[in-house]
Ligand binder design. Structure first.
Ligand code: COA
Ligand code: AMP
Length: 632
C-alpha cells in the first residue's frame, strides 16, 4: 500500500493498519491505505474489495472452525439456551440472505431490523452484510414515533421484526408498535418479515411474511464482494434535536478495526468466549455482540435478560461460569444494579469465575466507586474505556492485549493507537495538562469510525468538524493529566446518558412541547445513583388551561413513553410558573441541574428574575431532589 505523509498518520500507525488489514480476508487487497482527498470524508482502504459477512462467518468455516460455537443464546426470560456453530450460522445467514434477495433487496438497499436479543437479530444483520444491503437496527425500547422517524430517514425496502420482546415485567408486543410506525411514516417498506415468538405469536397482515415459512423456501446465497467503503450499516443515535443522527459505518474499516481491537484491546483469541451484555440495538451490540467477536472467530453470547431480576443479581456470574466467559463487557449501570441488590456480591461465591480474565465497562462515565467495588469483588482488572456510537470502538482504553497500564479510577486510561486525543478551549487552543476543555481527536479518525451521517453529509461536517478545524469534536468535555490519562467528565451538548442509553433532552422537550397545554418546557439530566442520569421535565402551562397540573404531568409522561419509548425512563416531571432564563432568553438548565443535584451554584449574573429559582428549588424538592445521598 502506498505510504502517506507522516504528518497525516504517524508512520507507526500506518504500519499498524497495514498489518491489521493483512489479517482480514480481501477479494481484492487495497493498494491505498487512506484517501484523504476530501476531508473530513476520509476513506480507509478505498480501493479494496471485501465482505463483512464473509469475514465474520464463511472464513471461519473455511478455516476449519465450522464446529466451533459462534453464538451462545441464553435467555432467562424465556428459559431457553441454544448453541449455534459457525457452520449452522452460515446456513442460516445464507438462507436469510436468499430470502432478502427474493424480496427484491439489492446492494445498497436498506433493511430495518427491530428485534430483541435473539440470534435471529444477528442472522438478519449478517445476511444484510452478505448481499450489501445496509441494515439499520432500532432498539426495542423505542416506540412507534421514533421508529417512524428512522423508517422515513433510512427508507428501508424491508423491515425485519420479531412479534415481541420480553422484559422481566411484561411482554412487549413489537408488531403493533411497528404497524403504528409504518402508519405514521411517509415511507412504506414493501414487506415485513416477522419472526413469530410463542410468548406472543405474530398476527400477519397482507404486507407480512412469516420468518420460519419464508426462510424454509429461500435459496442459499453467497457473499457479494463489496467496495471497501460500502456502508455496512446505519445506526441512529441521539443528537441535539428530535431528528436522530444516522451514523454510517463502512465495510472494510469495520472489519479491520474491530478485529484489531479484539486482540489488542480485549486480549481475546479466536475460540475464546466473549460476552458483551448490551443490546444489538446499541453500538456496543453492533461492534461487540455481533461483528467484533465474529470477525475474530470468538464465541459471542446473546443474553436476553438483565443483570438483576432474571432471576437475581447472580445472573452474570452464572453465565460466566456456564460458558467459560473470558471477557465481560457491560455498562457501569449494570454493576450499580448488581451492587444495590447484593452489596457484598455474595452470589458471586456460588459460581466459579476462574475463566474470567477482565471486565470492560463503557457507555457512560464510570464513577470510581463502582469501578473500585467491581475490582474488589472480582479481583481482576476492571477496564473503563471511552467510546461513542460515532467512533464504533474505543477512543481511550487500557489495551490489555498490548501493555496493561496502571488502572486509575475515573479515567479510561490513554488514547488508543489510531486516535490523537487533545483538549482544547472554546477557541480551539490547546490547554495545559489537567485543565478541562473540549475533548477532540485530530483528523483523520482511524478505520472503523463513522464515514458520514446518512443522507446528511452537511450535518456530519457541521456537527462534528466545523467548530475545531482539523479535529473531530467528540461532544465530551474532560482533561488529560500529566501521564496522558484522559478523564471524560461531561457532555458539552444536551445529550444525557440514562442507564448507558444515550438520549437527547432536546428530543424529549420536542415531545413535551407538543402537548396542547404546554407553553414552554425544559428537560434536564439529573444525577441518579443507579442509572447515572435521569431526565426531569419542567413545564410551563398555557394561560387558561383548565386541566389539573397533575393531569397534564401524567399525560406528558405518557406522551414521552408513547412517542420516544420506555427507554427514556421519563418519570420526573412538574409544572412551574416560569422557567429561569437569562435576560437574552436562554434557559438556565445548568443552574437547575446543580440545584437538583444538590451541588453548589451561583446566582447567574444575567438572570432575568432571581426569584424564580426559589420556586424551582421548591418544585424540585416536591419531586424529591436533591436526594439525601447519591451514594449507592
Ligand atoms: N424493549 C422494550 N422495552 C425495554 C427494552 C427493550 N429492549 N429495554 C428496556 N426497556 C424498558 C424497560 O422495561 C423499562 O421499562 P419500565 O419503565 O416499564 O420499567 C424502561 O425501558 C427503562 O429500561 P432501563 O433503563 O434498561 O431500566 P431497567 O430498570 O429495566 O434496567 C438496568 C436497568 C441497569 C438493569 C439495565 O438498564 C441494564 O442492564 N443496563 C446495562 C447494560 C446496557 O444495556 N447498556 C447499554 C449500552 S452498553
Ligand atoms: P453512545 O454513543 O451511546 O455510546 O454514548 C457515547 C457517550 O457516552 C460518550 O460521548 C460519553 O459521553 C459517554 N461515555 C461512553 N463511555 C464513557 C466512558 N468510559 N467514560 C465517560 N463517558 C463515557
Amino acid at each position: 500500500m502506498q505510504p502517506l505523509a507522516s504528518d497525516l498518520v504517524p508512520l507507526s500507525e500506518q504500519q499498524m493498519w497495514r498489518q491489521a488489514a493483512a489479517q482480514i480476508h480481501w477479494t481484492r487487497a487495497p493498494t491505498q491505505l487512506l484517501d484523504s482527498s476530501n476531508p473530513p470524508f476520509y476513506r480507509w482502504f478505498a480501493d479494496g474489495i471485501t465482505n463483512a459477512c464473509y469475514n465474520a462467518v464463511d472464513l471461519h468455516v473455511e478455516q476449519g472452525r465450522g464446529e466451533q460455537t459462534a453464538i451462545i443464546y441464553d435467555s432467562p426470560v424465556t428459559a431457553t439456551k441454544q448453541l449455534i456453530s459457525y457452520q449452522q450460522l452460515l446456513e442460516q445467514v445464507s438462507r436469510f440472505a436468499g430470502l432478502l434477495r427474493q424480496q427484491g433487496v439489492e446492494q445498497g438497499d436498506r433493511v430495518l431490523i427491530y428485534m430483541p436479543m435473539i440470534p435471529e437479530a444477528a442472522v438478519a444483520m449478517l445476511a444484510c452484510a452478505r448481499i450489501g444491503a445496509i441494515h439499520s437496527v432500532v432498539f426495542g425500547g423505542f416506540a412507534s414515533h421514533e421508529l417512524a422517524v428512522r423508517i422515513d430517514d433510512a427508507t428501508p425496502k424491508v423491515v425485519v421484526a420479531a412479534s415481541c420482546g420480553i422484559e422481566p415485567n411484561r411482554i412487549v408486543a413489537y408488531q403493533p408498535l411497528l404497524d403504528q410506525a409504518i402508519e405514521l411514516a411517509e415511507h412504506q417498506p414493501s414487506c415485513c418479515i416477522v419472526l413469530s415468538r410463542p410468548q406472543h405469536p405474530a398476527q400477519l397482515g397482507p404486507r407480512d411474511l412469516d420468518w420460519q415459512q419464508a426462510v424454509a423456501a429461500a435459496p442459499l446465497t453467497d457473499c457479494l464482494p463489496l467496495p471497501a467503503n460500502h456502508p455496512l450499516y446505519i445506526l441512529y443515535t441521539s443528537g441535539t434535536t428530535g431528528q436522530p443522527k444516522g451514523v454510517v459505518r463502512d465495510t472494510a474499516g469495520s472489519i479491520v478495526a474491530l478485529k484489531w481491537s479484539m486482540s489488542n484491546i480485549y486480549n481475546v483469541q479466536p475460540g475464546d468466549v466473549y460476552w458483551a451484555a448490551s443490546d444489538v440495538g446499541w453500538v456496543v451490540g453492533h461492534s461487540y455482540i455481533v461483528y467484533g467477536p465474529m470477525f475474530n472467530g470468538n464465541t459471542t453470547v446473546i443474553y436476553e435478560g438483565k443483570p438483576v431480576g432474571t432471576p437475581d443479581a447472580g445472573a452474570f456470574w452464572r453465565v460466566i461460569e456456564e460458558y467459560q466467559v473470558k471477557v465481560l463487557f457491560t455498562a457501569p449501570t449494570a454493576f450499580r444494579a448488581i451492587r444495590k441488590e447484593d452489596p457484598q456480591a455474595e452470589l458471586m461465591h456460588h459460581y466459579d469465575l476462574s475463566s474470567l480474565q477482565a471486565l470492560f465497562l463503557a457507555g457512560e462515565r464510570c464513577d470510581p466507586d463502582t469501578l473500585n467495588w467491581a475490582m474488589a469483588m472480582l479481583e481482576r482488572p476492571v477496564i473503563d474505556h471511552w467510546w461513542q456510537t460515532e467512533t464504533g470502538w474505543s477512543i481511550c482504553a487500557n489495551c490489555l492485549g498490548r501493555e496493561q497500564l496502571p488502572i486509575v479510577a475515573g479515567s479510561p486510561a490513554r488514547a488508543v493507537p489510531g486516535y490523537n486525543v487533545q483538549v482544547v478551549d472554546d477557541s480551539g487552543e490547546p490547554v495545559s495538562a489537567g485543565t478541562i476543555g473540549a475533548l477532540v481527536v485530530k483528523n483523520p479518525l482511524p478505520p472503523g469510525t463513522f464515514t458520514t451521517l446518512w443522507q446528511a453529509p452537511e450535518r456530519y461536517q457541521s456537527a462534528y468538524f466545523d467548530k475545531f478545524p482539523g479535529f473531530y469534536e467528540t461532544g465530551d468535555a474532560g482533561y488529560i493529566d500529566a501521564n496522558g490519562y484522559v478523564f471524560v467528565m461531561a457532555r458539552t451538548d444536551d445529550v444525557i446518558n440514562v442507564a448507558g442509553h444515550r438520549l437527547s433532552t432536546g428530543a424529549i422537550e420536542e415531545v413535551l412541547a407538543g402537548h396542547p397545554a404546554v407553553a414552554e418546557c425544559a428537560v434536564i439530566g439529573i444525577a441518579c445513583p443507579m442509572k447515572g442520569q435521569l431526565p426531569m421535565g419542567l413545564l410551563v402551562l398555557n394561560a387558561g388551561v383548565t386541566d389539573s397540573e397533575q393531569q397534564v404531568v401524567s399525560e406528558a409522561i405518557a406522551k414521552v413513553r408513547n412517542e420516544i419509548g420506555p427507554v427514556a425512563a421519563f418519570k420526573l416531571c412538574a409544572v412551574v410558573r416560569r422557567l429561569p432564563k437569562t435576560r437574552s432568553g436562554k434557559i438556565l438548565r445548568a443552574t437547575m441541574r446543580s440545584i437538583a443535584d444538590g451541588k453548589a451554584w451561583k446566582m447567574p449574573a444575567t438572570i432575568d428574575d432571581p426569584l424564580i429559582l426559589d420556586e424551582i428549588t421548591q418544585v424540585l424538592a416536591t419531586l424529591g431532589y436533591p436526594q439525601p445521598s447519591t451514594a449507592v
